[in-house]
Write a new protein. Structure first.
Length: 477
DNA sequence: CCTGGAGTTGTCCTA
DNA sequence: TTAGGACAACTCCAG
């Protein structure tokens, strides 16, 4: 009797546990696990540097978990799949869906092609709690406001798929003729940049599982409040693991929900954390229904916004040399760790877009390259949000003051001093506004403004009013 | 079609 | 010192 042979195509679901597509493939017989790298795809948003580093290690971990049976290829997906199907007598091709516009286009083509060839071809939901086409208003159009979206599809509902069990006894097919290994994908740059990020992360499925447990045990209590403070541990740091699918959103959702039922956690904390998964879903929903999200203002009246184009400011922002300590701390955390605390993402985003008046595309691109959790949906939706042109966006008058924000959310300065060590000896009173410090205070702290630490590159009051005027100049509708 | 309530994350000024 | 209102008006969404 012929055993069914299925190709399982890994993409952004680099895990064995709760992997719907893999689970179905495995149930039916032997599985040929593959990964395809196609450097020609992705358009303006080809995988960024930090993500490449993460992907390299994530694939290596997956390969280990598959006992060295991951088959890796480079080139056009359709051509590679077709050849593999023919050479290996394959009956079916399965994968979990991705939602980047280029992916949807390519997947649709591949599916149509294989259907025509009478080869079974199936896709599954392995990345989202609910598909973007499942959560719609009663008139079947998509939501533009988070709260009703979340109420409708997620809050207190039971439509979300429960996690499957782990695929344990995989009958795996190795392509013996294949000469390509993970190293040949050249995901690691020659630069030593990624060495800095290494200590902060435990990449792969096991690391993701551990991170979830650590968060549930140590970070969930007090999450609602504590998540705002970058020096506290009330953050999950699951974003890169979720992006690469090392853990499923469903597992996170149900385990957090279960914790909420034990009575040891306040419902507020649990609900707040769950809603963050909801924001991830909302971003995917937006990207699916507005494929131009990474490029075009969701609110077209912003098309005439009078952006500035000061390359020196942009450079200073990227390097964390703006002269505003909380902004610089955030930007340097990004560079050093491949991650930035959510509160800081808002602060540095507001500063770029409103104080420096630089186009949100600049921030979007830089984050795309530097973040290990860079995700097309979340990244573009969030940049549009902070710029004010997105869905449910921040009102135009909401301009973060980096001095106030620093004092409020890093009151003892531990976060800022960690990433801006040249200000380590500044007293709290002047940490977030060193330009106001008297000469003797600066001297005592070993700070020479314009030398050991920059002077502010732009005046806050001036730039705030300039931003307000710019917004006021937009057409009314 | 109409109506009314609401919309992640702020800042500044005034009393 | 602190609390409350202004900042604008619009679109979204449910009933």
């Amino acid at each position: 009797m012929h055993t069914k042979k299925t190709i399982f195509w890994f993409r952004q679901d680099l895990r064995l546990s709760d992997n719907p597509g893999l689970y179905e493939a495995e149930k039916q017989g032997a599985v040929m696990p593959i990964y395809i790298q196609d450097e020609s795809q992705g358009g303006d948003f080809k995988i960024g540097e930090a993500s490449r580093w993460w992907l390299h290690h994530s694939l290596s971990d997956l390969n280990n978990n598959l006992k060295n049976n991951l088959n890796v290829y480079q080139g056009n997906a359709k051509e590679i799949l077709l050849k593999l199907v023919k050479d290996n007598n394959i009956d079916a091709v399965y994968w979990n869906r991705c939602y980047e516009p280029w992916r949807i286009k390519e997947d649709t083509e591949i599916k149509t092609f294989f259907k025509g060839q009478d080869i079974e071809c199936k896709s599954f939901n392995g990345s989202l709690l609910l598909e973007p086409w499942q959560v719609l208003k009663s008139d079947n159009t998509s939501y533009k406001v988070f709260t009703p979206f979340y109420q409708k599809g997620y809050f207190g509902t039971s439509c979300i798929r429960r996690p499957t069990s782990k695929s344990e006894r995989l009958d795996l097919i190795k392509d013996q003729s294949n000469k390509t290994g993970i190293t040949q994908l050249n995901l690691l740059s020659d630069k030593n940049w990624h060495q800095k990020m290494k200590p902060y992360w435990n990449i792969g499925e096991k690391g993701a599982q551990e991170k979830l447990q650590t968060f549930l045990n140590e970070g969930l209590v007090g999450y609602k409040e504590g998540r705002n403070f970058p020096y506290k541990n009330n953050i999950s740091k699951l974003s890169p693991h979720l992006h690469f699918g090392e853990i499923s959103s469903n597992q996170v959702w149900f385990e957090a929900t279960a914790k909420g039922m034990t009575g040891n956690y306040s419902q507020e904390d649990v609900d707040c954390f769950l809603s963050e998964l909801g924001w991830r879903e909302f971003s995917y929903n937006l990207l699916y229904h507005f494929p131009d999200l990474p490029h075009k203002n969701l609110q077209s009246k912003f098309d005439s916004f009078p952006w500035s184009d000061n390359q020196d400011f942009l450079k200073a922002w990227k390097k964390g040399q703006t002269g505003y300590p909380i902004v610089d701390a955030g930007m340097r955390q990004l560079w050093q760790t491949g991650y930035m605390h959510n509160r800081l993402r808002m602060i540095v985003g507001s500063f770029l877009v409103k104080n420096l008046l630089l186009h949100w595309h600049h921030g979007e691109k830089w984050f795309w390259d530097c973040l290990v959790d860079a995700d097309l949906a979340s990244n573009s939706a969030s940049w549009q949000w902070i710029a004010g042109c997105g869905a449910d966006a921040a009102p135009y008058f909401r301009i973060f003051n980096p001095v106030t924000q620093g004092g409020k959310f890093d009151p003892e300065g531990s976060y800022t001093r960690q990433f801006v060590p040249e200000l380590a000896h500044m007293p709290d009173k002047y940490l977030f506004k060193p330009w106001d410090a008297p000469q003797d205070v600066l001297k005592k702290a070993g700070v020479v403004l314009g030398n050991t630490y920059p002077k502010p590159i732009i005046n806050l009051e001036f730039s705030r009013h300039r931003a307000l005027e710019a917004f006021a100049s937009l057409p009314k509708t």
